[in-house]
Design a binder for this molecule. Structure first.
Ligand code: ADP
Ligand code: MG
Length: 311
């Protein structure tokens, strides 16, 4: 007999214990119950992934589960929040226990790494769509916002840029993989949670790079009413992206390709010296609005747009 909605939730998503003290009541009642410490705020974010829009319909459930968590935890990281709970809304075209098993196993594998509890959700039938809401804790008024950039700040990024976007091109058959490195970045982005928490008391502003370095840095600058010059030659790119640019002359790739889920932040020099994780300074915040880029001895103003739905 086919699995009922309630059996499905119980079998694949309900855990007997919750890891975080904020989570007073998890799956099983009409609502979850949360209790924060009096000196703490909650950061909340939600992201939806739709089959055929955000992922290929035949993608491995394992990649899907981990990416769904990664994109949400990345938003928490960008605010400096420490994740403790998620809710999951699943719309499934059918009950496929093999799929559900792989999905939920991978989901909890990653949730355990980041110590987040699944405290509720919704299960419906329809075209494959996944929505995750993530919640994180922050000391009161300590969140890293987009509005804090100061002229003179260094502009810094974690990881390497443009790899996930190249992974997508490889997945689409537009380019041949050399090392497999970029494909991995595309399928399994790593949210920079520890880095975000470290930056909370050090950086002035932060954003995660989901729509492309230029578009997301632009959001940061516009929110702070400042501008910047970045040096293209300082943007960290992996060897596959280097080869890709050398072969295709598509030098703008690291500026416009999305889904890296790295952090881009601005920070003063004194605080920069206290960071204990790998990151790269690529430019400086300036009072003059606009985003300028130095490439091969010329500086040009960038007018690149990231990905937008409905456009
Ligand atoms: P209601 O009908 O009252 O909204 P549901 O029957 O949808 O409740 O859900 C029962 C319980 O299971 C709730 O606690 C809900 O949060 C949880 N739940 C439902 N679907 C999921 C899911 N995909 N993942 C995690 N928890 C879920
Ligand atoms: Mg419901």
């Amino acid at each position: 007999m086919a699995l009922s909605e309630f059996d499905l939730i119980q079998r694949y998503f309900q855990k007997s214990t919750l890891q975080n003290s904020e989570n007073c009541l998890g799956i099983g009642d009409d609502c979850a119950l949360l209790q924060l410490q009096p000196n703490q705020q909650m950061a909340v974010t939600v992201d939806t992934m739709v089959s055929g829009v955000h992922f290929f319909p035949d993608v491995e459930p394992e990649f899907l589960a981990k990416k769904l968590l990664a994109v949400n935890l990345s938003d928490l990281a960008a605010m400096g929040a420490e994740p403790f709970a998620v809710t999951l809304a699943l719309t499934l075209p059918e009950i496929n226990e093999n799929w559900l098993k792989q999905f939920s196993q991978a989901f909890f594998e990653m949730a355990d790494v980041y110590q987040v509890d699944l405290i509720g959700g919704d299960t419906t039938s329809g075209p494959l769509t996944l929505t995750l809401q993530a919640m994180g804790r922050l000391e009161n008024n300590s969140a890293l916002k987009r509005t804090g950039c100061q002229p003179g700040d260094s502009i810094v990024v974690t990881g390497s840029i443009g790899a996930a976007g190249l992974g997508l091109k490889i997945e689409q058959g537009q380019y041949q993989s050399i090392t497999g490195e970029s494909l991995k970045c595309f399928h399994q982005p790593q949210p920079r949670v520890a880095e975000g928490i470290c930056l909370r008391t050090r950086a002035n502003a932060c954003i995660d790079i989901s729509d492309g370095l230029a578009a997301d840095l632009n959001h940061l600058l516009e929110s702070s009413q400042v501008g910047a010059t970045i040096d293209w030659h300082k943007i960290p790119i992996n060897s596959e992206v280097q080869d890709y640019i050398a072969t295709t002359a598509d030098w703008q790739h690291p500026l416009i390709s999305g889904e890296d889920y790295e952090l881009c932040f601005t920070i003063c020099q004194e605080q920069m010296d206290t960071l204990d994780f790998p990151c790269t300074q690529i430019g400086t915040v300036e009072t003059e609005p606009g985003l300028r880029i130095r490439y091969q001895n010329t500086t040009q103003t960038l007018k690149v747009k990231g990905f937008e739905h409905f456009s």
